[in-house]
Design a protein around this ligand. Structure first.
Ligand SMILES: Nc1ncnc2c1ncn2[C@@H]1O[C@H](COP(=O)(O)OP(=O)(O)OP(=O)(O)O)[C@@H](O)[C@H]1O
Length: 410
């Protein structure tokens, strides 16, 4: 590890004492030499330029983990004083198959100095922006993040970079699966919901979009909220993806459980969402059950967001509708509430026929075999089953009960 550190250009004996504490600052001006000695012995610094992929990984990591190990009481105070007030919004666009783009917002430490506690150690983070230079490819300013571990253990920094990388890659992996497998399919929505559900939702969104003047003339906020709730794997997220493709809209996914997501920030994100966007707040229950203390904060956010004046279509999804504060999902915030449930008979048959066109009779047999078990099944598990048996509809029917193999029910 020592050898790796020595040869790694990111690890340098950078000068990271500035701003650590007032005491250390005084020490620095008083005795530079002593500071050098201390710094060499006790601090490890890594510099990450913005052109390095690790740059975004690290900022994202810092926004999620900062001060996460501080005791609960101190957490708010420390986080607010030292980190929270200095977050900035970063937007990343990913092109989707359908030609529209997916905008993803994250809150990352803003340029300036930050302190973060992680594991046993404190870290000093300095994000510096080069004012006179721009990255010609992206048009964004060159930046450098300097991370100084206020500890002697060099391994901690490596561990952090490694964790940041793993988290970033895992996130990308998930996205590729979701965002490339759905979308427009010959002009039709490729998600099979129960009869009438998808038509109802599409019609409702289109009516909303066609009635801007009506809202405007009456001074009603031009927004519509949809809550899709129900068991995992029923197609909530896929439907919203497909709908965006169908309307040729962008999707902005916001994670309400992200650290530091306060009212102001949510309002900022909502007003800065690109035009022609569906806003998707996934697993909204997570924002309210994970962090008790901030439930109130999240609630306020939703109030703010119901006041947005521009055209806003907001989709919220949850597996646990009963855990939500009723005020959160009242009309005005969630105008349409739709249960997207386990697969029905007709949905199951429709999916069967999509995989095995023309095999009506077998489709009925398949549905009957599943129904005979008395157990519920999800559209996601059906899809998994049909993919396995893609060349043999007979096999799919014979082994119908395998559909339950992949299901994990609460
Ligand atoms: N109704 C459906 N029609 C076709 N495929 C579906 C349907 N529902 C789910 N799937 C398949 O299952 C996968 C998972 O579905 P999706 O993520 O949309 O479910 P979800 O209801 O949002 O689940 P969760 O509540 O766990 O987020 C999808 O990528 C898709 O391949």
């Amino acid at each position: 590890m020592e050898a790796f550190l020595a040869s790694n250009p990111y690890f340098s004996a950078g000068f990271g004492l500035i701003g650590v504490t007032a005491g250390l600052a005084a020490l620095r001006s008083g005795s530079l030499q002593l500071a050098h000695v201390l710094q060499r012995r006790y601090l490890v610094t890594v510099e990450i330029p913005s052109k390095d992929p690790a740059y975004n990984w690290f900022l994202k990591w810092a926004s999620v983990h900062g001060a996460s190990n501080a005791p609960a009481k101190k957490k708010g105070l420390l986080a607010n004083l030292l980190v929270n007030n200095q977050l900035s919004v970063e937007t990343q666009f990913t092109r989707r198959d359908t030609g529209t783009s997916l905008a993803q917002f994250s809150l990352v430490p803003a340029p300036g100095r930050h302190f973060i506690k992680y594991g046993p150690a404190w870290f000093h983070i300095e994000r510096q922006r080069e004012r006179s230079m721009l990255d010609l490819k992206t048009g964004s300013p060159w930046e450098t993040v300097t991370v100084t571990a206020l500890a002697r253990d060099k391994g901690l920094l490596l561990q952090i970079l490694d964790e940041a990388k793993t988290a970033a890659l895992a996130e990308e992996e998930g996205k590729t699966v979701i965002y490339t497998s759905y979308g427009l399919n010959g002009g039709r929505l490729s998600v099979v919901l129960d009869e009438g559900v998808s038509e109802f939702l599409v019609k409702d969104v289109k009516a909303f979009l066609a009635n801007g003047m009506w809202y405007h003339e009456r001074g009603i906020p031009y927004r519509r909220g949809y809550l899709l709730y129900g068991p995992p794997g029923s197609g909530k997220t896929s439907f919203i993806q497909a709908l965006a493709g169908h309307l040729d809209y962008n999707i902005c996914v916001m994670n309400l459980s992200e650290r530091g997501m306060t009212d102001d920030r949510l309002a900022h994100l909502l007003t800065n969402a690109p035009p022609r966007s569906l806003i998707l707040l996934e697993d909204i229950d997570a924002a309210f059950t994970k962090r008790d203390a901030s439930a109130q904060e999240g609630f306020q956010s939703m109030v703010t967001f119901s006041a947005a004046s521009e055209e806003r279509i907001v989709f919220m999804t949850t597996n646990h509708v009963s855990r939500l504060d009723p005020a959160l999902i009242r009309p005005g915030r969630a105008d349409v509430k739709m249960k997207i449930d386990d697969a029905t008979d007709s949905q199951t048959k429709a999916m069967f026929l999509r995989f095995y066109p023309g095999r009506e009779e077998l489709g009925d047999k398949f549905v009957a075999a599943l129904r005979a078990t008395g157990r519920p099944w999800s559209a996601a598990s059906l899809q998994g089953h049909f993919v396995i048996w893609r060349d043999s509809p007979e096999g799919a029917v014979e082994r119908a009960e395998d559909v339950f193999g992949a299901d994990v029910k609460e």
